[in-house]
Design a protein around this ligand. Structure first.
Ligand SMILES: Nc1ncnc2c1ncn2[C@@H]1O[C@H](COP(=O)(O)OP(=O)(O)O)[C@@H](O)[C@H]1O
Ligand SMILES: [Mg+2]
Length: 315
């Protein structure tokens, strides 16, 4: 593929993961973790590095602080083949970080947003945007500045002849202030998971939520965890079961990997069914290693791993 298939716009942070803790920490006391990993975090960065791993020419637009975590993130993205020339460094902000405390299957997270909150419309490379085929934005709610201009962002991208996609992700504030009627007409592919779609629409089930959203959306790819995904485009509706996983590790970033597989195949001109299948495949692959990018190795290994999942079949 060409060097400029996709521009991912979004948040950047490191994840500092503490695991193997005997209990939940208490104020005034200290507990010991058995392991610790510093890794590339953030939904947008996971999506960008995994779509690059699948073979798409990928560039990232985001903001980092002028600090060590910023250097680390740049190095990680570059090491995964993502073009980082559109990432700016702020002298006035710290790079975002999430402390993840893993307890068995679940985890408690604390995030400091830092520089990601300063990313704005002025940081988008408008003069060169037409050189990209697609623009993807993830994690709307925690990008305090850019979220105010979301409609403008997608409208302008469309006017540059670029196709668009959006993964809102969860709203930590719980307000779900997103004007879907104004924004979704400019979003070619909307990529929520089930819990997010229910919270956004205030619905009790997915069908009711889809009935509310579809009049405003173009294509929707609804992620349903181990149940797979549903795609709707106009009158066309396709349900795609998830793949069987021989060894499930964790689902951190599965939705971002789904986005990578789905959009990568959209850019190849695949059918809705094929895009869903490859979204599910990338999501399934994601769950076979720790974190969001662990399973996405070099191209040959990646191909081998995907073939093994394809052979195993769907659930
Ligand atoms: N346990 C699983 N087994 C197989 N596939 C899975 C599993 N969990 C997730 N996936 C795949 O990853 C996709 C995205 O996962 P999901 O948990 O729905 O998204 P998110 O991470 O946004 O919550 C699913 O649609 C599915 O295709
Ligand atoms: Mg998600």
């Amino acid at each position: 593929m060409a060097a400029k298939d996709i521009l991912v716009v979004g948040e950047l942070n490191v994840d500092l993961i503490m695991s193997g803790m005997p209990s939940v920490p208490e104020i005034g006391k200290e507990i010991l973790a058995h392991d610790m990993t510093l890794t590339l975090g953030s939904s947008s960065a996971i999506m960008a590095s995994n779509i690059a791993a699948l073979g798409a020419g990928t560039s990232f637009c985001g903001k980092l602080g002028s600090d060590y975590f910023g250097d680390y993130i740049l190095g990680e993205l570059q090491g995964r083949g993502v073009d980082t020339t559109r990432i700016t460094r702020s002298p006035n902000h710290k790079t975002g970080a999430t402390v993840v405390m893993n307890y068995d299957q679940d985890r408690a997270n604390v995030t400091f947003c830092g520089a990601m909150e300063a990313l704005g419309l002025e940081d988008i490379p408008w003069d060169n945007l037409h050189e990209f085929r697609h623009l993807h934005l993830s994690n709307f709610f925690i990008q305090k500045k850019l979220r105010n201009d979301i409609v403008e962002l997608f409208k302008k991208a469309k006017s540059c002849g670029v196709t668009t996609s959006l993964d809102l992700q969860w709203d930590p504030a719980g307000t779900w202030e997103f004007d879907h009627q104004a924004c979704l007409p400019y979003v070619d592919i909307f990529l929520p998971n089930e819990a997010e779609l229910l919270a956004l629409t205030g619905s009790h089930n997915a069908e009711e939520a889809l009935r509310q959203i579809m009049p405003h959306a173009n294509t929707i790819a609804l992620k349903l965890g181990e149940k797979g995904s549903i795609g709707i485009r106009g009158d066309q509706r396709t349900e795609m079961p998830a793949f069987k996983i021989a060894q499930f590790v964790d689902a951190i970033g599965a939705g971002d990997s789904f986005n990578a597989g789905f959009i990568h195949h959209c850019l190849k001109g695949a059918t809705l069914a094929d895009c869903l299948k490859h979204g599910n495949l990338a999501g399934a692959l994601n769950t076979t290693a720790a974190g969001g990018t662990g399973a996405f190795a070099d191209r040959a290994t990646l191909e081998e791993r995907m073939q093994a999942i394809l052979k195993n079949g769907s659930k």
